[in-house]
Design a protein around this ligand. Structure first.
Ligand code: ME8
Length: 494
């Protein structure tokens, strides 16, 4: 089972391309493995507790419950427009999740991993995070730059410090645990400093899961949120189901929340005596003109506007193609348009349109007798891409697919079917069959990234493929009889 998760997003956020990026990457990964007939479970959801949410609700004159219900619906609707096929949507206000959090805290208390103390620190309400004096300058949050509040309060602590050696050992012995490799040393370095215990309860936050054994406290929202990855799949109320899905294959996250996932979360799992996820994959950060995207700066990119104007598939393609997964990216509309025009409209769109027009005009006969070379090339490509999917090398996968698109365009030029139609009908049959089979393969290859475009290509080719399951297969099983011309795949704007 390939269990893949995304972060559960703050329900008060205005989702931008950064959130869409994680979702689309997880969706591409899931669609591909489903296509290959492999078992996948894809979880996403919303993070709904804490002071920040309660304040945002109050600002809108709503109860926290009304506010989070609306926010969760907004995210669900948004992911539909992105063609995200998640198996489950978890909310931290789900009764089962809350019960699970309580039971986990109870187990940690009885295991001796929790004690009562006093927490003094600088707290950022916006990031729901405490900082020590040494971590900050001028009482400003190192993450978001807002003012920190000095708080001293009674709190329950999780003995995080007890796990540093075990964590270092796990990271060193399992090179795939933190990916990409370039960020592993950052976490090892952090663990080699003195790890401090984690305050996991709040007295001054009422919108949260009440702390077992002391209901004057609520559970710290990050502690509550991380548990979603196991509560959603049945821990501890449905252990049979949990056993089928856990451990996670990949926790996909942005690099902003790496420490929570590569330090705190595995320590919690160790304390519960549960297996650790195979990989925590932290992808890079999207910026705009080299700066941070934020609502206050007024420069966040609204995915819905882009999707409305250009369609969902170009948006999915751009995000996966533009940067190497794991590295930071810089968004600009010019780059988006340039990819749309060159890769999509000129390369892929034109190829389909030319080949389909020629199939209709010249009426060749389907003849596979000169396709052996193509067959082995496509099968090799399918094997090569399979390995790249495991490393989440989405941009490389698309590069390889586009090499095929460009080669096919060159093949059209060099074999000149318009001449063959007059001079050599037998060769025309062979050439058009190769082009037809290349397009059918391309529809299969691009499916995880651009499912709608893949379907439209198959429709033009007269192939009614739903890709329920099944590896790459050769030949397509179609002949030319169902070919028809649909609307232009990627119309040029101007
Ligand atoms: O941190 N570039 O939620 P969140 C790339 N609730 N990815 C970005 C991005 C950007 N500019 N901006 C956001 C939280 N993301 C917690 C998570 S999980 C148990 C709790 C993506 O709404 C990226 O995946 O702030 C990042 O990790 C996540 O959104 C943060 O979402």
């Amino acid at each position: 089972m390939r269990y893949i998760t995304t972060p559960i997003y703050y329900v008060n956020a205005n989702p931008h391309i950064g959130h869409a990026y994680t979702q689309i990457a997880a969706d591409v990964y899931s669609r591909y493995h489903r296509l290959m007939g492999r078992q996948v479970y894809f979880l996403t959801g919303t993070d709904e507790h804490g002071e920040k949410i309660a304040r945002a609700a109050a600002e809108q004159g709503k109860t926290p419950k009304e506010f989070v219900d609306m926010g969760a619906e907004n995210f669900k609707m948004l992911w539909k427009t992105h063609n995200i096929e998640n198996d489950q949507f978890v909310r931290t206000t789900d009764p089962e999740h809350k019960e699970s959090v309580k039971e986990i805290v109870r187990r940690l208390i009885s295991g001796g991993y929790v004690y009562k103390g006093v927490y003094e620190g600088l707290y950022c309400v916006s990031c729901e995070t405490y900082f020590t004096e040494t971590q900050v300058e001028e009482k400003l949050c190192p993450d978001c730059g807002k003012n920190l509040e000095k708080l001293g309060q009674e709190s329950y602590f999780f003995k995080l410090s007890a796990f540093s050696e075990k964590l270092i050992k796990h990271i060193e012995e399992n090179p795939q645990f933190i990916m990409p490799k370039s960020i592993r040393n950052e976490i090892i370095g952090f663990l080699q400093q003195e790890l401090i215990d984690l305050s996991i309860s709040r007295q001054d936050v009422s919108w949260g899961v009440s702390f077992p054994a002391d209901d004057s406290h609520t559970v710290y929202v990050w502690f509550d949120a991380l548990i979603n990855y196991i509560s959603a799949i049945g821990y501890p109320h449905d252990m049979a189901r949990f056993g089928e899905v856990w451990p996670a294959k990949i926790h996909l996250i942005g690099k902003d929340i790496l420490k929570f996932h590569a330090v705190i979360w595995p320590a919690m799992l160790m304390a519960l005596d549960l297996k650790l996820p195979e990989t925590v994959y932290a992808h890079g950060w999207w910026m705009i003109e080299g700066g941070k995207m934020s609502k206050t700066a007024g420069n966040s990119v609204d995915p819905l506007e882009l999707i409305e104007e250009w369609g969902i598939d170009p948006f999915r393609y751009f995000l996966m193609r533009q940067v190497c997964f794991g590295e930071d990216g810089n968004y600009s509309l010019e780059q988006f348009i340039s990819r749309y025009e060159s890769d999509l409209a000129n390369d892929l769109g034109n190829l389909l349109s030319r080949v389909v027009s020629m199939l209709i005009k010249y009426q060749p006969e389907y003849d596979l007798s000169d396709s052996l070379e193509l067959e082995s090339k496509l099968k090799e490509l399918a094997t090569e891409l399979d390995a790249l999917y495991d490393d989440m090398k989405f941009n490389l996968i698309l590069e390889k697919i586009w090499e095929l698109v460009r080669e096919a365009n060159v093949y059209v030029e060099s074999s000149a079917p318009w001449r063959l139609a007059k001079e050599d009908p037998a060769t025309l049959n062979l050439v058009m069959t190769n082009l037809y089979e290349t397009l059918s393969a391309l529809a299969w290859f691009i499916y995880p990234f651009m499912p709608e475009t893949s379907q439209r290509m198959n429709k033009d080719l007269g192939l009614s493929k739903d890709y329920e399951s099944g590896e790459f297969s050769w030949p397509s099983g179609g002949d030319f009889s169902g070919v028809s011309k649909g609307a232009v795949l990627f119309p040029k704007k101007q």
